[in-house]
Design a protein around this ligand. Structure first.
Ligand code: SDX
Length: 377
């Protein structure tokens, strides 16, 4: 009997040397480096080099990555016009899809081993410009380009906000960028890989990935998880909310559960620590953190025995809120970081193991039927 693997569960679609996940022990490594070490010692710029070239950069290579980012924040004026001409209540990921669709048609880069990594770094720079301006347009602000700096996180934050950003905020944003960079082949990466397998251009592959990321079962959960904290409103209301909605209402606890992790997502542990650090000076997120911690306790008591624990999206929204971003930006901030992981997988697949992705479906429909004209039916 042919076995259909629903949701491609446990199906291996490629080899990778980019990202290692141990779903039972809660381990995540990029090119062999543990995310705890990278968040503590590294930077998103170092990670860009590591993911695209395979090793941590030396000082010269790191400076070259920073220079390439700083030289490529500009996007076509049609992208800015599109972002600011859409109604302010448009969905942030939908606007990103539009922006990347325009860049796909304007740039339309061909696959070329000599240029793929340079093109990827250009795209990562332009993604910061797009995401910052999606936020600004939806807030009714004017367009603003990231200014060159020694930190991608700083350039992005100062393009988003009309204020100086502090070292703590830059460090928290840089950590969030590292944490969301890659996760092997989730739905969004797989969608983009299918597009890359036809040799479609990198920008179009990202449009495919964005479309998959948007859903509430995937990247959309970053927003849905935080909406739970807002709906609950205060720490003393958590138990009642949980009983009515999750236990009796049998709703999914957003930010919990994972197809691969059957234990605590290691990224959630770090996001929780970042949220605790940011909450020390920010009473607003302190309240959300208390709600989340109580919800976590109830969630693990209820679902832990089934291997359902907090995932990366459970605490990330509190960090993004602490940085000044509204809920509608959380999935876009996820995408900002994940563009690096997506591109690294597309390049790895196209350059090292390319094969057009074309699965089959098991036909279970009717046998041959004679056509009957409409007036005889
Ligand atoms: C991300 O894949 C990745 O790597 C993604 C990601 C990345 O970095 O790219 O890690 C990012 O997308 C994290 C996941 C964010 N999504 C959510 O937080 C949404 C809520 N989570 C669930 O919908 C669910 O856990 C999934 C979608 C994440 C995974 O689901 P699976 O593997 O398809 O599991 P399933 O839906 O088959 O559930 C198995 C059982 C079911 O119970 P039974 O029907 O067998 O009784 O577990 C239950 C589910 O009801 N369950 C949950 C639950 N998640 C699973 N019950 C309550 N709350 C939940 N969150």
């Amino acid at each position: 009997m042919v076995e259909i693997s629903r949701g491609l569960e446990d199906v291996l679609i490629k080899t990778t040397s980019l990202t290692f996940i141990d779903g039972h022990h809660g381990v995540l490594r990029y090119r062999g480096y543990d995310i705890n070490d990278l968040v503590e010692h590294s930077s998103y710029e170092e990670l860009i080099y590591l993911m695209l070239y395979g090793e941590l950069p030396n000082r010269k290579q790191l400076n070259e990555v920073k220079a390439k980012l700083n030289e490529n924040y500009e996007v076509p004026e049609q992208v800015i016009n599109a972002i600011y001409s859409l109604p302010r209540n448009c969905d942030a990921i939908g606007i990103m899809e539009s922006a990347f669709g325009i860049m796909a048609s304007v740039y339309n880069p061909k696959w070329d081993k000599e240029k793929d990594r340079d093109n990827a770094i250009q795209i990562i720079a332009k993604t910061a410009t797009v995401v910052a301006n999606v936020f600004r347009a939806k807030e009714g602000l004017k367009p603003k380009m990231p200014s060159p700096s020694q930190s991608y996180a700083k350039s992005f934050l100062e393009a988003s906000f009309d204020r100086k950003v502090g070292e703590k905020e830059i460090k928290a944003m840089d950590a969030a960028l590292i944490l969301y960079t890659d996760h092997e082949v989730p739905a969004s990466t797989t969608a983009g890989l299918v597009a890359s397998s036809t040799f479609s251009d990198m920008y179009s592959c990202i449009v495919a990935a964005l479309a998959a990321l948007k859903g509430p079962l995937h990247g959309g959960a970053a927003e849905e998880a935080f909406k739970q904290f807002v709906e609950i409103g205060s720490p003393d209301k958590v138990d009642e909310w949980f009983k009515i909605n999750i236990v009796e209402g049998r709703k999914r606890l957003m930010g919990f559960g994972h197809r691969v992790y059957k234990t605590y997502d290691p990224r959630a542990k770090i996001f929780k620590k970042l949220a605790q650090q940011l909450s020390q000076e920010n009473p607003e997120i302190k309240k959300y953190l208390e709600i989340a911690e109580r919800l976590e306790k109830l969630g693990i008591e209820t679902f832990g025995s089934k291997g359902i624990y907090p995932n990366t999206d459970f605490y990330s929204g509190i960090v993004f809120n602490g940085l000044g971003f509204p809920i509608y930006m959380y999935t876009a901030l996820f995408a900002l970081s994940r563009t690096l992981g997506w591109l690294a997988h597309f390049i790895e697949y196209v350059e090292e193991q390319h094969r057009l992705i074309r699965p089959r479906a098991l036909y279970v429909g009717p046998e041959y039927k004679h056509y009957v004209p409409v007036d005889k039916r």
